[in-house]
Design a protein. Sequence first.
Length: 288
Amino acid sequence: MPQTEYEEQADGTRKYMNRVSPYRDPETLETVSIGEGIITVGERELILRKLEARTFPLAGKRHGHKQGKSLLTGLARCGLCGARMSKAGTSYQCSSHRMGRGCSGVSARMESIDDYVTRAFLSRLPSLEPQDSLLAVIADRWVRREDPEVFAKQDAIEAEIVDEEARLADLEEARYVRGEFTGADAIDRYDRLAGRLRTRIEGLRADLLRMPAPSVDISPLLDAGRLREAWEADDAAGRRERLGLAIDRVEVQRGRVGVRFSGDERCRIVWATRDEAGAESTGDEVTE
């Protein structure tokens, strides 16, 4: 049962915040739930992924079914303002410019950019060395798409551990710093609450250790012949998914009038990487 956080105002009213958290019993600190969920955590993850894959360039109109053969839907970015570029006829165009949001706009022929990024993708992957960090990111993204249930549960458990540790730290500060637990009864209550939190944290960590470690065979991506064969057999949606395994975004610069398209000059492919904490990021910018 969720509860929305709020702040008491001077006039006695409440200002509700954006954060919603599960309701907890004030005595046991256990979450309180009513009934059963309609969908599982994994099903929710799948739904969110499907929603993220859709783009609606113009408000009020349904364009998701018109993506057609455009490969960079969701990946192409305006090199001037960083906004997504959406399909407009035979070109990708800056969505901010199209909606009149101040950007002077970047436009590029869809076929030219798709061909350039495809060649870069099909040549980069087979050339990767076994220790290349991009391989680890690709494998992680692939297995998360194949088995989202496991990773959704893992993320939920890790988030709850962080939440419980924060509650324990606040409880310890209340006793040892703010001196809010005085007297035998109060100390006994503190011991019970702290004990439950520590037990809960240990249990959650044990749950993480018991979770299966999914694996995936990415060898088809590293063989030039097999990769090209799979690419040619796939449809546009499948190709977009393959690109998303290795590429975070493609930044497109404005071209010069009368000058033939040059992918090396106009496109910067940002290959997927990880930050120090192990989460996926977009820090490795490589120009192809």
